[in-house]
Design a protein around this ligand. Structure first.
Ligand SMILES: Cc1cc2nc3c(=O)[nH]c(=O)nc-3n(C[C@H](O)[C@H](O)[C@H](O)COP(=O)(O)OP(=O)(O)OC[C@H]3O[C@@H](n4cnc5c(N)ncnc54)[C@H](O)[C@@H]3O)c2cc1C
Length: 505
């Protein structure tokens, strides 16, 4: 019989109340500004008045908390090994920010790319991109490289085993698009083509999904080891206790949490946020357990409040101009305009596009975004003067921006801002969309070892808890690398269960 009195909670419902950061925790490993108060009453492992005694309603080998690309990918290996897996999600829908994302995946060396005649290996691509990671402030370079090199394995696995679909890279590479990027089947914004088959394949392999339940506390056994998680039904607040041999935390970043951004990345607190569910709950839970949080103060890049539009310049000719009509950033980088707009306090910017984009490989995204944002779309205009009128910018300034851009097109290089992809003329009729910079991802999170096991500041492993994806500091906050992170953690989890069974037999 279960001796319920022995179970303790690490986190408790105080996780939700502690909106200002980690207000209730006693671990010494939690770094400032997430440092906890030292009062005894707010001990990390507590059974507080409003927390009923633990009563398990399900018992699984692996509990995955969060159903984004990292969580779903972590579920693969244990299910393939015949383990029972429950994926718990606080929202009513699965997929997290991953499902809503733009779908630009930095991968090289996948079978999809090889079949398209692209011979660049993951190692070669890493060498070309590693400076970018360094410039972006990635601190665990070795792990970032491991994720980057595992990304093509992740792609191959979700294609071969789950039927995930990617666009044929020839669609864009032969016209000057990037060979080191994969898109979902129908292009920008179609993560459904990757995640729906993954969900269905996991279901077919026996995964159980539970939605509308928010993880609020780890459950600890007599020996103070994690043996499950307490959830709260989001609608009724009723506790739902899940027993698990291993718990994988895959709850995403903390971009949506204004208090956490205020406490950790104040330089971004006055910038709006695109996401709503990335509240840093996993980071808090891990810290309650004594897990170390790293890089919480590292600012992540920004993007457009129409995120798909920020990616159009990678796959077609567009021109970016600020509110005064000046070109100010390269168009083939999803973060460049938003970062520069916020840094230079330009307010907003315009993405100008023409015929080529609306009829090119990303026509699906153009049609979808312009239909949803009809009130923000200006155009069509037959010439630059009329376009300037539509944007409300001085015609001479915009004409200068166009003629300089066309000069760069004729030269075939962009010394002004470094644009490489689709340095091509924009053909009328012209359209434009106004955009604002937003936060959409974060860098900081739980410190983990190479298998994704949660670590204390001392470097010791917290048994039975793994993290993957944007909840972890080692994540480089990209879709493909977070998928690869899930793949690595899932394999480690499956192996750990096998080893434990062998040791017990
Ligand atoms: C608009 C947008 C566009 C983007 N575009 C790109 C792109 O083009 N390319 C790229 O590489 N990256 C992109 N990103 C970043 C990328 O989406 C993230 O790096 C990635 O989705 C993170 O995956 P994840 O699985 O770690 O987290 P998520 O996908 O956010 O999943 C976490 C899940 O955990 C759930 N959860 C949170 N707390 C709890 C809790 N307490 N209990 C239960 N469930 C919980 C959440 O609801 C969510 O479903 C984009 C992000 C956004 C927001």
């Amino acid at each position: 019989m279960e001796r319920r009195a022995f179970f303790k909670l690490a986190g408790t419902s105080a996780v939700l109340a502690a909106a200002g950061g980690l207000a209730a925790c006693s671990g010494t490993d939690v770094p400032a500004p997430l440092a906890p108060p030292s009062s005894e009453e707010e001990n990390a492992t507590s059974q507080v008045a409003d927390d009923p005694a633990v009563s398990f309603t399900s018992d699984v080998d692996v509990l995955v908390v969060g159903s984004g690309i990292a969580g779903l990918s972590a579920a693969m290996a244990p299910l393939e090994a015949g383990r029972s897996v429950l994926i718990a999600e606080k929202l009513d829908l699965l997929g997290g920010e991953s499902y809503a994302s733009t779908g630009v995946m930095h991968v090289s060396g996948s079978a999809v790319q090889k079949e398209a005649g692209i011979s660049v290996t993951a190692d070669q691509a890493w060498d070309a991109r590693k400076q970018e990671f360094a410039d972006a402030g990635v601190t665990d370079f070795d792990f970032a490289k491991r994720l980057f090199l595992a990304a093509p394995d992740w792609v191959d696995h979700v294609v071969d085993t789950y039927g995930a679909q990617f666009e044929d890279p020839r669609d864009y590479v032969q016209n000057g698009g990037p060979s080191g990027i994969l898109l979902p089947k129908r292009g920008i914004g179609d993560m459904e083509s990757v995640m729906t088959p993954l969900r269905d394949g996991l279901t077919a392999k026996g995964a159980t999904f539970s939605t509308g339940v928010r993880g609020t506390a780890f459950i600890l056994d007599e020996a103070d080891n994690v043996c499950g998680m307490r959830f709260r039904d989001v609608k009724t607040n009723a506790p739902v206790d899940v027993r698990a041999r291993l718990v994988v935390v895959a709850t995403g970043g903390f971009a949506s949490s204004q208090p956490l951004v205020h406490a950790n990345v104040p330089s971004q607190e006055r910038i709006g946020c695109y996401t709503t569910a990335s509240m840093g709950e996993g980071q808090k839970l891990c810290a309650y357990l004594g897990g170390q949080l790293n890089d919480m103060d590292k600012a992540a890049p920004l993007t457009s409040d129409l995120p798909q539009v920020a990616a159009w310049g990678l796959f077609g000719p567009v021109l970016i101009v600020d509110a005064l009509g000046h070109r100010f950033a390269r168009e083939d980088d999803v973060n460049a305009a938003a970062n520069a707009c916020a840094a230079d306090e330009r307010g907003y910017w315009w993405t100008v596009f023409g015929q080529g984009l609306s009829t090119g490989a990303q026509a699906h995204s153009v049609a979808q975004v312009t239909a949803k944002n009809a009130k923000r779309l200006v155009g069509p205009f037959d010439d630059v003067e009329a376009l300037a009128g539509g944007l409300g910018v001085p015609a001479d300034t915009l004409k200068d921006a166009f003629s300089q851009y066309e000069h760069l097109v004729s030269e075939g290089k962009d010394p002004d801002f470094g644009r490489v992809a689709y340095l091509q003329k924009i053909e009328p009729p012209y359209y434009a969309l106004k955009q604002f910079p937003v936060r959409y991802k974060t860098r900081g999170g739980a410190r983990t070892d190479g298998d994704g096991r949660l670590l204390k500041a001392s470097g010791s492993v917290i048994p039975n808890v793994y993290c993957c994806g944007s909840v972890a500091a080692g994540s480089v906050a990209g879709l493909a690398t977070n998928g690869a992170f899930g793949l690595i953690v899932g394999r480690a989890v499956a192996k750990a269960l096998d080893e434990a069974d062998t040791a017990a037999s």
